[in-house]
Design a protein around this ligand. Structure first.
Ligand code: PLP
Length: 371
């Protein structure tokens, strides 16, 4: 990315030499991201990240009278866009997960009521995430893609959290639209991409110049796009060279160690999950207090999603899975980087049991009475 901040300042839309150098860098990144998605270069639209991709998929496709089927465990970028679509006159169905956090494809099929079958006047869009950002639970997108095809529905996957962690192929997923974000695969923040299957009638959110084949106006973020391209290249490599298996192994060791603490369990246990995530419920504990205690020891964890941290609201994902308010507030998400080492896991396993014991000893009555 550095040369595109420090040396090459060209605008990729300019025809002069500097502009064309920037354009070449974007073309190269587009080729890599297309390989990552498993699509044509022309089906890749660079944007500002997952929120924009999710918003574009929904607001760009769904009109008044259309039917949007999504789930109650999506990221707020989908949920809020779905609320907005409902306000504008679309029919919106939120499918609830099973207790383990998995969406049952049969529930999606049930939501596809015959009276809302698509025709020329009415569209159906199914929007389901690949991996949940709080539990890591991987959703059965291929089966849902088959159902979408059977009903002639459009299918969007929010793959922000799953991209780079599981083998990826939009053809196999059977989707029309797929959103990814660079910063969830060790890339820079504020840049992402969307796969738009050729012929999908999605309207752009941003209007203006003819950038990105008129699908996303605005001068391209050259350094960011170059960073996304590199992140996609490294993600493909990590999926092939055993890195993600190594991360999954360390995640499992971390999880086993944490489960050694009395009164703990895993949210989303027994499901296929992204390699890097575990979500642990600590009985008789305030999650927020543990986040702060661990931060002081150099361990960065989150309660719920990072986008909502700072709020003391319980996670909508865990509540949708049937956890009570207090159990949801007593749950923390541990995410592992690709660079995680055995020593990192040892450190965390040394620090967490002590912190949990201390916090439980400090305020047993208050916490107990709130469980
Ligand atoms: N979707 C999911 C599942 C996410 O985890 C996130 C970010 O945390 C987003 C969408 C939003 O992506 P961005 O932060 O790139 O806008």
């Amino acid at each position: 990315m550095r040369p595109y901040w420090m040396e090459h300042f060209g605008n990729a839309s300019s025809i002069h030499h500097e502009g064309q150098a920037a354009r070449k860098a974007i073309d190269l990144a587009r080729e890599t991201v297309a390989r990552f998605f498993g699509c044509r270069d022309a089906e890749v639209v660079f944007n500002s990240g997952g929120t924009e991709g999710d918003n574009t998929a929904i607001a760009g496709l769904i009109r008044a009278g259309d039917h949007l089927i999504t789930t109650s465990i999506e990221h707020s970028a989908v949920l809020r866009a779905a609320d907005k679509a409902a306000q504008l006159g679309a029919q919106v169905t939120f499918v609830a997960p099973q207790k383990n956090g998995l969406i049952d494809p049969k529930a999606i099929r049930k939501a596809l009521r015959p009276e809302t079958r698509p025709d020329n006047a009415r569209r159906i869009l199914i929007s389901v995430m690949l991996a949940n950002n709080e539990t890591g639970v991987l959703q059965p997108v291929e089966e849902i893609g088959e159902i979408a095809a059977e009903y002639g529905a459009y299918f969007h996957i929010d793959a922000v959290q799953g991209a780079g962690k599981v083998p990826f192929d939009v053809q196999r997923f059977g989707c029309h639209l797929c959103s990814i974000s660079a910063h969830k695969m060790h890339g820079p923040k504020g840049v992402g991409a969307m796969y738009v299957r050729r012929g999908t009638p999605v309207e752009p959110l941003l209007l203006g110049g003819s950038h990105e084949r008129r699908q996303r106006a605005g001068t391209q973020n050259v350094a960011g796009i170059v960073g996304l391209g590199k992140a996609a290249e490294l993600a493909m490599r990590s999926l092939e060279d055993g890195t993600m298996e190594r991360v999954a192994g360390l995640r499992d060791r971390l999880e086993t160690g944490l489960l050694g603490i009395a009164g703990t369990d895993v949210n989303g246990a027994g499901t296929p999950r992204a390699a890097n995530t575990t979500n642990i419920h600590f009985e008789q504990l305030e999650g927020e207090a543990l986040v702060i205690a661990l931060d002081l020891k150099g361990v960065a964890v989150s309660g719920g999603s990072a986008c909502h941290s700072g709020s003391t609201e319980p996670s909508h994902v865990l509540m949708a899975m049937g956890l009570g308010r207090n159990a949801a507030l007593a749950s923390l998400r541990f995410s592992l980087l690709k660079t995680v080492t055995d020593a990192d896991v040892d450190d965390v396993l040394r620090v967490v049991p002590e912190a949990v014991e201390r916090l439980r000893a400090l305020a047993p009555e208050t916490v107990l009475s709130r469980q």
